[in-house]
Design a protein around this ligand. Sequence first.
Ligand SMILES: *[C@@H]1O[C@H](CO)[C@@H](O)[C@H](O)[C@H]1NC(C)=O
Ligand SMILES: *[C@@H]1O[C@H](CO)[C@@H](O)[C@H](O)[C@H]1NC(C)=O
Length: 837
Amino acid sequence: MRLISFWGLLAATSLASAGRHHLPPRNYTTHDYYAIHVASSTSPAELAAHLGLDHDGPLGTLCDFHLFKAPKHANDIVEDARQELRRRRRKREIGLEYHPLDSIKFTQKQKLKPRHWKRSVIPTLSGRAGVEESEAVKTQREIASTLKINDPIFEEQWHIFNVQDRGNDVNVTDVWLQGITGKDVTACIVDDGLDMDSEDLKDNFFAAGSYDFNDHVELPKPRLSDDRHGTRCAGEVAAGRNNACGVGIAYDAKISGVRILSGEITDVDEALALNYGLEVNDLYSCSWGPPDDGKTMQAPGILIKQALVDAVQKGRDGKGAIYVFAAGNGAAADDNCNFDGYTNSIYSITVGAIDKQNLHPYYSEACSAQLAVTYSSGSGDSIHTTDVGANKCTSSHGGTSAAGPIAVGIYALALQARPDLTWRDMQWITVMSAVPFDQPSDWTKTAIGRTFSHQFGYGKLDAYAVVETAKTWKNVKPQAWFFSPWMHVKTPIPEGDEGLASEFEVTADMLKEANLETVEHITLTMNVEHERRGDLSVELISPAGVTSHLSTARRDDDAAVGYVDWTFMSVAHFGEKGIGKWTVIVKDTIKDNGKTGVFTDWKLRLWGECIDASKQKPLPLPTQHDDDDHDVIDGHPAHTTTVSVPSSTPKPPVNPSDVPNRPINQKPSPSPNPASTESASSSPSSAPENFLPSPFPTFGVSKRTQIWIYGSIGLILVFCASLATYLFLARRKRLRSSRDNYEFEMLDDADDDEGGARAGMLSGTAGGRRKGRAKRGGELYDAFAGESDDDLLSESDGEEGPYRDQEDREYDEKQAMEDDSDAGESSGSASSGPKRQ
Ligand SMILES: *[C@@H]1O[C@H](CO)[C@@H](O)[C@H](O)[C@H]1NC(C)=O
Ligand SMILES: *[C@@H]1O[C@H](CO)[C@@H](O)[C@H](O)[C@H]1NC(C)=O
């Protein structure tokens, strides 16, 4: 069954050479570490000798990246040396001939960053009534006896088999009865440790895929008093069939552990951790992320992004590692998983939570990047699974942290059935098999007739449906992509109910040229300057009339920075053709607070299945310069019109009984025909509604028409005229600067393949780009390149999320527990209301 492609072979070879090589353990108390991308023609040892560094070794799977160290020192030795070289070249003290420092393509001194948040909340204690001998209990016992499951808390594991509310579980037992239990699949729990001595986990524990990046030792043993999270997640995936606690969803799978959450780590360690053991680990379970406080906006650094791309290209013999991220627990604080660069990565499957009543738990974040939901805490119960200790169980594992690993278990079953599924096949299978359910939400029919909600993704995971869909799944062709030029808007955003719309028309020729047949993910990178970020919301309407709420207003987000090269993602457009007008609408939802802003620019990226597999190359690794082409006006006419749109009144919630119950094994038609997209776009049931606090104008289909009707023709003309003027001026500026011979540099930015001469471009993180862009153009490589470099680096240094330390986190968890009891009560009363039938 396992197909080994050409890329697979290549990947296998390069992985084998990366081998099981271990870097020496880091010690951040005594040493500084530098991640350096060295030109392959240069020996790292030579570079190390030149800089007075020690060469520790190659950096995981990333080609030509190496780790160097030096005794602790306040300065950045590598950057200082490069600046000195630039200074001397400026002064003509030395010439432009090759210098070892020219071989540096990227350098980053590692700094410890605050920890990620674990995504568990301490839920209310179980108020379960004793289980009476019902038919359901009898069935459950029969299944247990057939499968020889004697685990003492199996009957408490309602998420596996719910005897109280039949159907409110992951529907997995018939999959097990087919002998599909996760055999030959390995899931890696990236967390705070994994108790490999637990009787419930020790038989499935896989040391070769495990490492501790906090204490830099081989085994990820939980060492701190609150290192329980990873063990609990591991139990959900693959607790064994034995006499301890319960069973995991894939109880015959192997589990490895990578420990990163029990201390501060650096980008290098996180990058190494996220694809650790790529040759042996198939899935990575990540129940953590940036703070879920409703005001953080944080994406992984460039090394981590590269590690993810590398893993989907080289992992699993080229089929790609499967990443699952917990959506986040900040919903009560208006948080949204599109403000988290891990959950909104196209390489991760983002999974949110529902509780045992199928209700939305107060904590589970919504966003357009969420693919599906599964069971976790709420309505008075939580997930029952393994805990740290020889034979210790917990009945209080919860939050989206507990939902993610259940999804990982289900995907492990799918991989046993179909080891040849790619990372994108797994996302497609989720889209096609997740089950919409009877809860009011913004359920909307997508272009291919699936049902999507920002709160629940494509619905809840049904293990049986996932595995059945997987069994007959036809692998998708390789990934292709189309990038629009930057759309320059540069227009103030009206406050209040109005919005600012800008559109870009994708033509059939553009997609043909891009070899792109069917859209899967869309990402939209944008810049908005605003005095209060939390006021903003962003919607994207596809040519098929499907609306993605890319960003939503956040009451606590007072940051006065707007969006700086931030990339939003949506999975709501899976299966669309992508041809036609894509309209982005930015709103400043709070009227009269005096905080205003300007929509600067945006760039649309469509990712999906290619037309001709033989022509398709894999995506180059991302670089820190991928968004540096803001001011390039390229050959495409920029189809930007800007109009004010009035909002429509939010419609009442969709009646859940109107939600079409889709056949779950339906395959995507490889090319949804125009008629079907047309009917989707005219479907009146696609009404966004009330899960978000601020009035959320519905830009369904009728809305689309409204935009153009309401927007006065006069306004359009005025904007077109000013746009034309702007474009004219921009082009002139562009031509002028190209006369200064900088054109080559601009066009070449994305490649980042030149040596030291390009040093001025090192901006490191997105936070540093604004200044970089302000200075970009003719003056970029002038005598002050080194200085602007400083600015960029120090600005990105100052960019920090409001991470919390251990004590604060414990405090907040208590806080969360209190909040939870409140929410538990209110959702309890909701469940006794008219929703349950
Ligand atoms: C780092 O080195 C210091 C000083 O030698 C030592 O005390 C400490 O335990 C080391 N830390 C680690 C994580 O090895
Ligand atoms: C659950 O699995 C059964 C087979 O065991 C299947 O018939 C059914 O469609 C699945 N889904 C639901 C929601 O019951």
